[in-house]
Write a protein that binds this ligand. Structure first.
Ligand code: ATP
Ligand code: ZN
Ligand code: MG
Length: 402
């Protein structure tokens, strides 16, 4: 049976404020798994259009109510002001050398399932060069490396207060219960080639969920400094690796993956020192993007939201300039791609992990986070899929000429 697709337009009255249109378009998927595609009226915010999978009239009226309630809740708990652009550089009008489709069709890019990509030898060496460029940047500012696990316990993430903020992004990890019958039954089904059983082990055979895949790098940094009093004014570390976010139907191309590579530089210190570090870091990073021949802009931003409590948080974030995003022009619906963020957490994490400054005060923290896959995607789209033909300064910056 093929599910029929129907398009329904839900009128929004009052219209959706401009600053919320993108976030609502991307967030609405989490309202129902029957939503296959969503479009918000970007011009006036007067409607949201949903492509729905095999929905009856009764289901449609329920779903319309759920979506309306969610949108209403979102609007009610947000001030929805526009992001401000702090800085812009390069020539966005220079145009693109490749479409995202051409990048995806590259022989060196392998899809391993939805939101999972592998880079073949040629792209892997560019990826490595990019990571080394960031290693040099981290060393320049005095950061030392850490090696961190890709899995986090739920106790830890609860302590970081992450779980209530973005539950829709979480991916839990489980395993079979220690029970010979359960494990043997499963192995037997796999031996028989029973794909249905192999791919859907019964929930009661699995342990409860105590762990998740990390959604970002820096959550594991704070326990490394638990209970410590910092010796200097500022302590800097860096780490990189795979991070995981369930992005629902927004998972597309190279720019929004389920499993993506993040590089973070994390700062601990006095509020002043962390604030100054972040400004300096933004300067250095903009220089790197200029050297890579990538135009862009820095703007104040907020974390996307889903549950209403965190909308207040994003409002607060914008008000206090706690998050800046670096965007590069990109041929997608938004016209750009966020490739990095620069965050100040104030004493949010340090207070939870008992980290204090030289003077014995609760420390502050901040991080700058880079989406390596997105930077690679931006390079490919701006300079073309033939890496050997990239502009000389770009290749030089990446050390690709030697
Ligand atoms: P967006 O608004 O695009 O969802 P974000 O605000 O969630 O981004 P951060 O939480 O600041 O992103 O994460 C740091 C960086 O990690 C981002 O600037 C981006 O480059 C990268 N990133 C985030 N989510 C993804 C993803 N699903 N796929 C690839 N890269 C990602
Ligand atoms: Zn971080
Ligand atoms: Mg996000």
């Amino acid at each position: 049976v093929s599910a029929t697709l129907r398009s329904e337009r839900i009128a929004l009255d009052p219209p959706l404020p401009a600053a919320l249109r993108r976030d609502v378009e991307q967030g609405v998927y989490y309202c129902s798994d029957l939503i296959a595609d969503a479009r918000v009226d970007r011009a006036a915010g007067a409607w949201i259009e949903l492509d729905l999978l095999g929905v009856s009239d009764a289901e449609l009226s329920d779903l319309t109510r759920v979506v309306r309630d969610w949108v209403e809740r979102t609007v009610a708990s947000s001030l929805a002001y526009e992001d401000t652009i702090a800085r812009e550089w390069g020539r966005p009008e220079a145009g693109f050398r490749a479409t995202p489709e051409q990048v995806l069709a590259s022989a060196d890019l392998h899809s391993m399932g939805e939101g999972l990509v592998a880079y073949g030898p040629r792209l892997a060496s560019v990826f490595g060069a990019l990571r080394e460029l960031w290693d040099r940047l981290a060393a320049e500012v005095g950061a030392t490396p850490l090696v961190l696990p890709a899995v986090a316990t739920l106790e830890h993430m609860q302590r970081c207060d992450f779980l209530r903020q973005f539950p829709q992004l979480l991916s839990f990890v489980t395993h079979f219960r220690e029970d010979f019958g359960v494990i043997d039954r499963y192995a037997e089904a796999c031996r028989r080639g029973d794909t249905e059983s192999a791919c859907a082990p019964p929930a009661q055979d699995m342990s409860s969920f105590r762990r998740m895949l990390r959604p970002a790098i820096c959550y594991h940094v704070y326990p490394c400094f638990e209970g410590e009093q910092l010796a200097g004014d500022l302590r800097l570390v860096h780490a990189w690796g795979d991070c995981f976010r369930y992005e629902s139907r927004n998972t597309t191309g190279l720019d929004r993956l389920f499993d993506f590579r993040m590089y973070e530089v994390v700062a601990l210190g006095s509020a002043d020192a962390v604030h100054r570090w972040r400004s300096g870091m933004m300067e250095r990073v903009v220089e790197r993007f200029e050297a890579l021949g990538l135009p862009g802009r820095l703007k104040t931003s907020n974390d996307p939201f889903f549950v209403s409590g965190s909308v207040l948080k994003s409002t607060f974030q914008r008000a206090h300039d706690l998050k800046y995003e670096l965007e590069v022009p990109f041929p997608n619906r938004e016209g750009h791609l966020a490739v990095a963020s620069f965050n100040e957490h104030q004493d949010f994490f340090a207070s939870r992990f008992g980290i204090t400054t030289r003077d014995g005060e609760v420390a502050s923290s901040g991080c700058s986070a880079f989406g390596l896959d997105r930077i690679l995607a931006a390079l490919l789209v701006h300079h073309g899929t033939d890496v050997n033909a990239w502009p000389a300064p770009t290749r030089q910056t990446l050390g690709l000429n030697t």
